[in-house]
Design a protein around this ligand. Structure first.
Ligand code: B3K
Ligand code: ZN
Length: 855
């Protein structure tokens, strides 16, 4: 296995660059199997010494220093080259290499997607394009010349176009120049037969910016929403963060084969087509919301990531945590703060808490890695965003804005660290943030235990908060963190007995006291003010009271969750909860989108995590059965109000993806998910599945298929046939199959995966079927026979042979294996061992599976 020899990179071993590239000129002569790349790089001495350049899968054709052929002075290995002998303090390196984009199935570096050339360089893909100090603290300006056949009319790179023209034969060229110094991971090139959807934007200071979204011919009428989201993002960043765009053109290109969601290359964002293309027939409301969020995210990176970048990859959260936080703020402003917060927290718990509780747990700023691509995690992104949110809450909005301003002013153009980020806030607020910084270095989700006492005579309420941080791989002992706990204290009428406030717990335990006229019902951790697991003994009456009365939307929702969990885990009679739920979901004063969230019950995965956290054995079949029983009970008890809601929430206007319409559709879909279990419910679902916007069809089709209702197979087949020409819509059909709890789900998934025309090499297809099965279908994935595990491991191995990054990411589905019974653990262990024993295992997959196996 390659991982035995793979090097571990450590934060503690950071050293500044020996040689700094200042200007880069690249000339590409594009051809599928033999692309020529000429690089002319002006280097200046850093710490000096030998010149070491990263490079992988490059055939070196020539190498010169200041015009002198240096090939004899080079030592080339699998990871790069070293030049020996003396060097002047400044020199020009010129080298030509040949690469083969066509065979590049890993989708890192320069590759081909449906005949279109594109790049993905973050984190370390640039070294597959040319020899270079491929590290983010080497920032240079780039000039790029692209020569290609005219059958690829659009030739793009970062920055602004400075020249273009015809060449001999059927070839042409374009030259681009990016004036802003950037690290190599932000380099991008695109060449293809593309059309653009155009618009423009005038910045606050009056600069005109051309906006272009490039897609394949035929897709241009599916770009309007992405463009609208882009313009709104640009305006928002000016208004909220004071950040203006800094080039005369901003481009987005949609690509079908892409390892992730999107990439923030300077001036030339490259997107998975799934997060650009949308029409009412092909995208759901959720897709629209994701497009909006991801367009914003990549755009916001222009300042948080590009203008100010990371010193090294350990600082990834510097750009990712902050940019996620910014895109969450943007989406909340654009839609609903309460709904956005609940959805963000649900994600955080499902992905990050899960990661934090298992063998892949690592700090927001990791301290070592083998393959950096394995650290683009929920912890770095989502927990990284939570840390920013806590900082803002602790110092206040105005101070936050001042600190960010200082950060931008002080560090523009630099490659920075978390210390630089926190330093700006220390200096602007005068506060000591050293204890707060533990959020970046200590892994694991803190457990926050709250206990209270009421002294009726003295009218004194005391609330004791205690924090315990679990041990995580490599970190046995933890120090107390700074935990902001937003709270309210409610009286028996649901009124706030004191103004809502913030408690700050910075010791292991502390007691806070309040003088109150009556014993309150506490509402703690409002808006989920810290990424912790709150434990507090509550009675059913109290939970139902909060579901009915809490003025904090997050905690109102949370109270419903607590009721559902009690019913699911302790078999508590759900009657009182369901009645309170009926009242809440029919309360017309509340936003339908919020009510839809109230109607969503905890997933099997959420219950498995909760069961495990409570120290109980996790039985996936029992968890699934309990979930089914609760849904049946809810469908029965709420049938009448759900029918009314289903009718009342019908959207009769023309489709619009706005939050208001989307909310009504979401509530209607939530009602239908339960109604499908009642007599006549399947008829409603069949009718809805047959026509209308995708946002109405898809939930209906899912409800039918997942309940195994009569006509489900026919409806699925009709949908497949209608959309076979559209891969993005077909992905949704794949996901319905993959996530079906029906007993024959694995057989169906196997049949689809095994058919000759299943394009499994495409990451979107692979994730929609194989990934969704393992991550989104616990009852079938954890089938006691081990068939689910075996099927999944086979496909992960197969994918590893072509695309290690996608294989490794998908394999994370195994991370919870220690929760299950001994027999299941044995079955998973056998699959993990089989993967680890595979010949030519990638370091990506080797690292992930190795860490999981060690649990
Ligand atoms: N920065 C990219 C992610 C790159 C992942 C490399 N494995 C997208 C983003 O977070 O915006
Ligand atoms: Zn990002």
């Amino acid at each position: 296995m390659r991982t035995d020899t793979a090097r571990t990179v450590k934060l503690a071993e950071y050293t500044p660059p020996a040689w700094i590239a200042e200007t880069v000129r690249l000339e590409f002569d594009l051809a599928p199997t033999a692309t020529r790349v000429l690089a002319r790089i002006r280097f200046r001495k850093g710490t000096g010494g030998k010149l070491r350049l990263d490079g992988e899968a490059l055939a070196l054709k020539s190498a010169f220093v200041d015009g002198e052929d240096v090939r004899k002075r080079l030592e080339i290995d699998g990871e790069g080259l070293t030049l020996s002998g003396p060097l002047p303090d400044e020199f020009t390196w010129e080298a030509e290499v040949e690469i083969a984009p066509e065979g590049n199935t890993a989708l890192e570096g320069l590759y081909l997607s449906n005949g279109m050339y594109c790049t993905q360089c973050e984190a370390e893909g640039f070294r597959k394009i040319t020899y270079f100090p491929d590290r983010p603290d080497v920032m240079a300006t780039y000039e790029v010349r692209i020569e290609a056949p005219k059958s690829l009319p659009v030739l793009l790179s970062n920055g602004e176009k400075i020249d273009e023209g015809a060449l001999e034969g059927d070839r042409h060229f374009a030259e681009w120049r990016d004036p802003w110094p950037k690290p190599s991971y932000l380099f991008a090139l695109v060449a293809g037969d593309l059309v653009s959807h155009d618009d423009q934007f005038v910045t606050e200071s009056g600069r005109e910016v051309e906006l272009k979204i490039f897609v394949r011919p035929g897709d241009e009428d599916r770009c309007a929403y992405a463009m609208d989201a882009l313009k709104r993002s640009m305006r928002w960043d000016e208004r909220v963060y004071g950040r203006e765009y800094d080039l005369s053109i901003f481009m987005i290109v949609a690509v079908d084969d892409f390892n992730m969601g999107a990439m923030e290359n300077k001036g030339l964002n490259i997107f998975n087509s799934k997060y650009v293309l949308a029409s009412p027939e092909t995208a759901t409301d959720r897709d629209y919301a994701l497009i909006e969020g991801i367009i914003a995210h990549e755009y916001f990176h222009n300042w948080t990531g590009n203008r100010i970048t990371c010193r090294d990859w350990f600082q990834l959260c510097l750009k990712e945590g902050l940019t996620v936080y910014r895109d969450q703020q943007f989406s909340a402003d654009a839609r609903s703060h309460a709904v956005q917060r609940i959805e963000d927290v649900a994600q955080l718990r499902a992905r990050q808490f899960r990661e934090d509780a298992g063998p892949l747990a690592h700090p927001v700023r990791p301290e070592e890695y083998i393959e950096i691509n394995n650290f683009y995690t929920a912890t770095v992104y989502e927990k990284g965003a939570e840390v920013i949110g806590m900082l803002r809450r602790l110092i206040g909005h105005d101070e936050y804005r001042k600190g960010v301003e200082l950060y931008f002013n002080r560090h523009d153009g630099q490659a920075c660290t978390i210390e630089d980020w926190l330093g700006a806030f220390q200096d602007s607020t005068g506060r000591d943030l050293s204890q707060f910084a533990l959020w970046y270095s200590q892994a694991g989700t803190p457990k926050l235990t709250a206990t209270s006492a009421w002294d009726a005579e003295a009218g004194e309420y005391s609330l004791t908060l205690r924090q315990d941080i679990p041990a995580t791989p490599g970190q046995d002992v933890k120090m107390p963190m700074v935990i902001p706990v937003a709270y309210g204290l409610l009286g028996s009428e649901g009124q706030e007995l004191v103004p809502p406030g913030l408690l700050v717990l910075d010791k292991t335990e502390e007691t806070f006291t309040f003088r109150l006229p009556e014993e309150p019902v506490p509402s703690l951790l409002r808006e989920f003010s810290a990424p912790v697991i709150l434990e507090r003994e509550t009675s059913e009456a109290e939970r139902v009271f909060l579901l009915a009365n809490d003025t904090d939307a997050f905690n109102k929702w949370e109270a419903g969750r607590a009721c559902a969990r009690a019913a699911l885990m302790e078999g508590a009679d759900p009657a009182a909860y369901l009645d309170a739920l009926a009242a809440a979901v029919t309360d017309d004063r509340q936003d339908p989108a919020f009510r839809a969230l109230l109607l969503g019950f905890p997933s099997d995965e959420e219950m498995a995590a909760a069961t495990h956290a409570a120290g109980k054995p996790v039985d996936p079949d029992a968890i699934h059965a309990a979930g089914e029983a609760l849904r049946e009970a809810a469908a029965e008890r709420l049938e009448a109000p759900l029918r009314d809601l289903y009718a009342a929430m019908e959207v009769t206007e023309a489709y619009s993806p706005d939050a208001e319409q989307a909310g009504r559709r979401a509530l209607r879909a939530a009602a239908l998910r339960l109604l499908v279990r009642r007599p006549g419910g399947a008829d409603l679902a069949r009718a809805a599945a047959a026509s209308g916007p995708l946002s109405e069809q898809l939930p209906a089709l899912t409800a039918l298929a997942h309940s195994g209702a009569e006509g489900a197979d026919a409806a699925m087949e009709a949908f497949r046939a209608a959309w076979a020409h559209d891969p993005l819509v077909t992905d949704k059909w794949l996901m319905i199959h993959a996530m079906s709890p029906q007993p024959d789900a694995l057989d169906k998934v196997k049949a689809i995966a095994g058919s000759d025309d299943f394009p499994w090499r495409n990451p979107n297809r692979f994730r929609s079927l194989i990934g969704a099965f393992a991550a989104g279908n616990p009852v079938r994935f954890h089938d006691a026979s081990g068939a689910g595990y075996r099927f999944f491991a086979d496909w992960v191995l197969k994918m590893d042979g072509v695309n290690p990054q996608t294989a490794a990411r998908t394999a994370g589905a195994f991370e919870t294996w220690r929760r299950y019974d001994v027999k299941r653990q044995g079955l998973v262990a056998a699959e993990l061992d089989r993967i680890l024993a595979a010949p030519r295992l990638s370091k990506d997959l080797g690292e992930i599976v190795g860490r999981i196996r060690k649990a």
